[in-house]
Design a protein around this ligand. Sequence first.
Ligand code: SF4
Ligand code: SF4
Length: 226
Amino acid sequence: MKLHVSLEEISDGRLYKSNDMVKADSHGCKGCYKCCIDMGKSVILDPYDVYRLQQGIGKGLPGLLDEGLAELNVVDGVILPNIKMTGREKRCVFLNTDGRCSIHEARPGVCRLFPLGRYYENGDFLYFFQVNECGASGRSKVKVSKWIDTPDQGRNHDFICKWHALLDHLEKTVAGEEDSDRSKRLNLLMLETFYMQPYETEKDFYGQFEDRLSDFRIKIADIGII
Ligand code: SF4
Ligand code: SF4
């Protein structure tokens, strides 16, 4: 989800690389779960999140949708899945009664990042610290790569750049014609290719993503969508 605000308004004015130290460590959050409630549609899942959830809790996107744990929403003209918030408190469906994440090991990338965000530019990205989002006192410095807690970060970085570029391309393609047949076909093909087909969780994710990306490019060229 793109934020249409200036970086100065929401950050400490710095951009961070994965080896930089950032004052983001909230030391286990000590009973706070503010960023797991009332987050609207913002806990968006990317294909690696879906793979990780399928591996960690045995549910791919079809299962998550069937059980009311995820929903589909339109984000900048593109249909994407997000984790659902429910009830009076609008709690994330994975927040347990103790106020802890019940899927911590398999939690989505957005949750791993928080309170960091990504700033995309020229086909790459850096991280920024969202100063208005986490009220934890006494946060200490932590290396960005450690905070994100994701293996194989070089390949993960490459995947995120490619995925972001694809979404950017799709957004531009459907801009101004969100309800057209072309837009619907493109969205359905994207959902089917990257989200609905189950991943082989005993195999590496990134190779499967590359295969699907090549397949998707061929299909959209074949049917003349892009
Ligand atoms: S708002 Fe900050 S302290 Fe509270 S749960 Fe989120 S990261 Fe932890
Ligand atoms: S998936 Fe876990 S960390 Fe993410 S919002 Fe839900 S409860 Fe919080």
